[in-house]
Design a protein around this ligand. Structure first.
Ligand SMILES: NC(=O)C1=CN([C@@H]2O[C@H](COP(=O)(O)OP(=O)(O)OC[C@H]3O[C@@H](n4cnc5c(N)ncnc54)[C@H](OP(=O)(O)O)[C@@H]3O)[C@@H](O)[C@H]2O)C=CC1
Ligand SMILES: Nc1nc(=O)c2c([nH]1)NC[C@@H]1CN(c3ccc(C(=O)N[C@@H](CCC(=O)O)C(=O)O)cc3)C=[N+]21
Length: 296
């Protein structure tokens, strides 16, 4: 039987609608508008598209969007000064510095300069530590979006075998922490893992965050498994550019129980969760109740 295709795009639009509704209530009750600042350094065309989409969706949700574009050669001190200003600005509840940063910058130093309470990416060392110890934190958007899709499909995740392929700080590691928090038995795989195919076949939940087009094939997938494809790879095929995931969708579709497509899967959830995190940050800043179902 063919797998169910998980409609990340549709689910994300539901999340955005819930965010917009909550934002409307904050405005009516308190006159406060949640604000998200996005900082882009340099002129990577793909990043510019993402940043523009983030701005559009932020405004559509009724929130304020502040976009800061800096030239690639901006000194790190200037970026740190901007972050300092955004940290101190009460109209800004969330700050996102688009990654990757130009080579002359120290990304860790820059990210750790963001006020952890405004770190809507969840990349600040304080948020990483809070997540790792099961305390309330800002949760990275992409893993949070994956968790929402998994809970929606599977309900209780406890006891399930989860394999996360990829160990980056922005996807793989926080994804593994969230799955552990939901009581999965978690294995993190990476480029040195032995018999990756065999390991993947043990997974009830298989999350692919590798950055290699179609690497994970149908015969690596346990029949009935839920497959979450985080990969966003631009490839040339039949003379045009297209977007494919880290999973070979066509063959995995024949084996899995459910699978996210690329595009239209995890990507839209990432932006929806960014809006949700901005709303959560705004509520926490004011000591108001947090939106339900929009946090980990
Ligand atoms: N949908 C979304 O919103 C987002 C999508 N992405 C996409 O997700 C993918 C992963 O991103 P990111 O985590 O930043 O990537 P990184 O390049 O930071 O990490 C990739 C990970 O994959 C592992 N890996 C690489 N090759 C292999 C292999 N042959 N076998 C097993 N493991 C391998 C690496 O292992 P090792 O550590 O050993 O080198 C590394 O841990 C990319 O396609 C990216 O575009 C990223 C962010 C958001
Ligand atoms: N500080 C920081 N935080 C990030 O969250 C961050 C980042 N830097 N740098 C780059 C990656 C990548 N990323 C994506 C977001 C949305 C889609 C998305 O919406 N994708 C659509 C397709 C978009 C298209 O067609 O190009 C989809 O999958 O359907 C993809 C990728 C966030 N990232």
């Amino acid at each position: 039987m063919k797998a169910q295709i998980i409609d990340g795009k549709g689910f994300a639009s539901g999340v955005r609608a819930r965010v917009a509704e909550h934002v409307g209530r904050l405005k009516a009750a308190h006159g406060v508008v949640p604000g998200l600042a996005v900082v882009l350094v340099g002129e990577d065309p793909a990043s510019e598209v993402y940043v523009r989409n983030k701005g559009i969706q932020t405004r559509k949700a009724g929130m304020a969007s502040f976009e800061h574009k800096l030239p690639a050669e901006t000194p790190q001190e200037d970026l740190l000064a901007l972050i300092g200003k955004l940290n101190a600005d009460p109209a800004v509840h969330g700050i996102l510095v688009q990654l990757p940063l130009p080579g002359h910058m120290d990304a860790e130093r820059v990210i750790n300069a963001i006020d952890p309470a405004k770190d809507v990416d969840g990349f600040h060392i304080s948020n990483v530590g809070l997540l790792g110890t099961g305390q309330k934190s800002m949760v990275p958007c992409t893993p949070l979006g994956c968790l929402m899709l998994l809970r929606d499909r599977l309900g209780d995740l406890s006891g399930l075998n989860a394999v996360v392929v990829g160990r980056s700080n922005i996807v793989g590691k926080p994804m593994a922490q969230l799955l552990l928090g939901d009581s999965c038995t978690v294995t993190i795989a990476h480029s040195r893992t032995k018999d990756l195919a065999g390991l993947c076949r043990t997974a009830d939940i298989l999350v692919a965050a590798v950055g290699r087009p179609r690497m994970i094939r149908g015969d690596w997938v346990k029949p009935g498994a839920t497959v979450i494809d985080v990969g966003i790879n631009r490839i040339e095929e039949a003379g045009r550019t297209r977007l494919v995931g880290d999973v070979d969708f066509d063959s995995a579709l024949q084996v899995a129980g459910a699978i996210t497509p690329v595009p239209g899967g995890v990507g839209p959830m990432t932006i929806a969760c960014l809006l949700a995190n901005t709303l959560t940050a705004c509520c926490r800043a004011h000591g108001w109740p947090e939106p339900e179902g929009l946090t980990a």
